[in-house]
Ligand binder design. Sequence first.
Ligand SMILES: [Zn+2]
Length: 242
Amino acid sequence: MFSLRYSRMSALKEIGIDGLEILQKSTVSIIGIGATGSSAADLFVRNGIGNMRIADPDSVDISNIHRQSLYDENDVGDLKVEAARKRLVSSNKGTSIEVLPQKINDDNVDRFCKGSSIIIDGSDNMETRRVLNSYSVTSGIPWVFTSAIGTVGQIKLIVPGKTACLQCINVRFDSPEMRCEDVGVLASAPYITGSLAWTLAVNYLIRGKLIDEIIYLDAGVPEIVHVKTQRDHSCQMCGNIP
Ligand SMILES: [Zn+2]
């Protein structure tokens, strides 16, 4: 059924034919399709995810091209979600792709993400992450938090009721944020961050594998550090989940 196309995946004991079948039946929602989101989305589509939804309100800017792998010079000025869909379809016509050229907020998150197998945070702001953290707890849908700026990245798989959520580990959603246009970004940082987010998501979807930790990486060294996290049962967000 999967033939030659996925033969290098199915040969992996961590994936196998049954893993391919799970991915083909799965739906991933990518919230923000900048550099990290592009890296993760590209891997999901090339590796046979069945359904993908992509939300992002922005258009492609020439300053994006050095790190956002789904876009080229011809896409400048076009909506990112449309340019991304065009590129992703050319990699794999077997993935069904829906797009939304809007920012995800408390009002539209359920309409867009409902029924997702997992959500990938490709956003660039803490307000969107607050929305995703809250929605994950109320919907039960797992998500992968990511962040990449400068030379560094962070990744954490969050499964409500099983791992710490962002609030459990005291992430501040209202603290001042650095911006790529001010501090710069080393292109490999979001590439690695997005590909590790894909890896954590696939491991969880196929084998239910989860480790309660946050991964910190510095692409400039390079170095990856794993820091254990744990649920706070008095967490105002997820503490009520048994
Ligand atoms: Zn929590």
